[in-house]
Design a protein around this ligand. Structure first.
Ligand SMILES: [Zn+2]
Length: 442
């Protein structure tokens, strides 16, 4: 009996999963509230970036004012726990999808962290929509799935997580100008740089409501996590080092993607997260990219099975096929599940200590592998967890908790045959993303 208890304890320490608040968050997501918000957004007629900003009922102006009010109402319900503001930049006509100069206004809601107010995890959806012609800013463009679902999910996550307090800050944001060239993301990424935000990662949600795929598959459990392999900001020296020490699939965005995968598998085991090893869909784009462009970790969360008849389409029927991104194409329960995936990932990252800043690995021509990392200064630190995996594995399959030591030797683990990383573990079991070594011990 003693033995069994001991084994159970070890397992729970090794794999986390002991924070019951995570299940409360999953269960609190409301499909009804989400679909109501999707409907409200769709009913603004069009939310095209160049559409009317003055009307109270139609156009992107009315939509963004409603989003701002929604965040303000949530804030009023939590003792003003959200800082809600409009972050805007003026962009000139670009000769393509910005046919004239326009203000691109993002709506930002910050839930300030108690210990690390300048360290952020971000969840984004988009405000704007489009039809067949990307420059048509007057026709009805409900954008119910693309991307009222991502926007409604961010609002719902704010509702749920504003009931808790976190050591890191959480940002819920509606970005504009996505369809015209990722302008809102560019503006906010620059704002983050200017204000020296320390960004843990951005979870960009774009189309999280379709379950009835153009490929004929109907699936309400799978979803995709897109992440680029390595940052585009890496130096030539880093690129050369990778050739000898590895890291082709271990950039910061990829680690964030693995974090979403693991958190989902831990707290929502019925779901089927798919790690997709590319920046985005083939040749297509999304609002995590401007953040990646300047060196921040960012991923795209998205339905597994898209329906192109319901994206970027004029509302019409042709050869008995109904086209258009209308409300009936959104599965409320599925959107709620992907909202829960976001909410538990945000919560876990916002409750976790910062990842080690630096990690060195050594063990060339030796039977053991050594790891050494910079200490965490968090008061909430339980210790560190060392991870390793086969070079061909997409996930961190092996781990060892090493307490508050800042170095360890993995006996009998030959460095050539595995990939290594380290994460910090907080008092409640929440972990930082895994850090990949950037130094070699000699
Ligand atoms: Zn789109």
């Amino acid at each position: 009996m003693y033995r069994i208890c001991f084994i159970l304890f070890s397992v729970s320490v090794a794999f986390g999963q002991q924070d019951l608040r995570m299940y409360d968050i999953v269960n609190a997501v409301s499909a009804t509230r989400i679909i109501n918000d999707v409907e409200t957004l769709a009913n603004f007629g069009t939310r095209h970036t160049l559409s009317d900003t003055v009307s109270q009922t139609r156009g992107i102006g009315a939509a963004r004012r409603w989003i701002k009010k929604s965040f303000e109402k949530i804030s009023a319900d939590c003792g003003n726990c959200l800082e809600v503001f409009e972050q805007k930049n003026y962009f000139d006509a670009d000769g393509s999808r910005l046919t004239r100069g326009v203000w691109i206004n993002n709506i930002v809601a910050i839930q300030r962290g108690t210990e690390h107010p300048n360290r952020y995890v971000i969840m984004s959806g988009d405000i704007d929509s489009r039809v067949s012609d990307p420059n048509n800013f007057t026709s009805d463009s409900p954008g119910a799935n693309d991307n009222a679902t991502g926007m409604a999910a961010a609002i719902e996550a704010a509702r749920l997580l504003s009931k808790y307090s976190f050591e890191n800050s959480i940002i819920y944001v509606g970005l504009s100008g996505e369809e015209q060239g990722l302008y809102g993301g560019k503006g906010l990424a620059q704002y983050a740089l200017d204000n020296k935000w320390e960004i843990i990662g951005i979870l960009n949600n774009d189309m999280i409501g379709n379950t009835d795929g153009i490929d004929g598959v109907i699936d309400n459990r799978s979803f995709r996590i897109f992440s680029e392999p390595t940052p585009p900001t890496e130096t030539e020296r880093e690129r050369k080092q990778r050739r000898f020490y590895g890291g082709e699939v271990d950039g910061i965005s990829r680690q964030l993607a693995r974090y979403v995968y693991t958190t989902t598998k831990t707290y929502m085991p019925e779901m089927n997260p798919m790690l997709i090893y590319r920046l985005d869909r083939f040749g297509r784009g999304g609002h995590h990219r401007p953040f990646n462009d300047v060196g921040f970790a960012g991923i795209r969360i998205m339905e597994a099975h898209e329906n192109y008849n319901r994206q970027h389409q004029d509302i019409r029927t042709e050869n008995s096929i109904a086209y258009g991104d209308v409300l009936s194409g959104v599965n409320a329960a599925y959107t709620a599940k992907l909202t829960a995936v976001n909410a538990i990932t945000l919560a876990s990252l916002a409750w976790a200590p910062a990842a080690p800043k630096e990690l060195a690995v050594g063990g060339v021509v030796a039977p053991d592998t050594q790891l050494q990392w910079s200490p965490s200064t968090s008061e909430n630190l339980r210790g560190y967890k060392v991870y390793w995996r086969d070079t061909t594995s997409p996930t961190w399959d092996n781990s060892m908790f090493v307490g508050k030591n800042t170095q360890t030797t993995l006996k009998g683990i030959v460095i050539d045959n595995y990939i290594f990383g380290v994460a910090t573990v907080g008092a409640d079991g929440h972990e930082s993303p895994v850090v990949f070594p950037t130094k070699v011990m000699r």
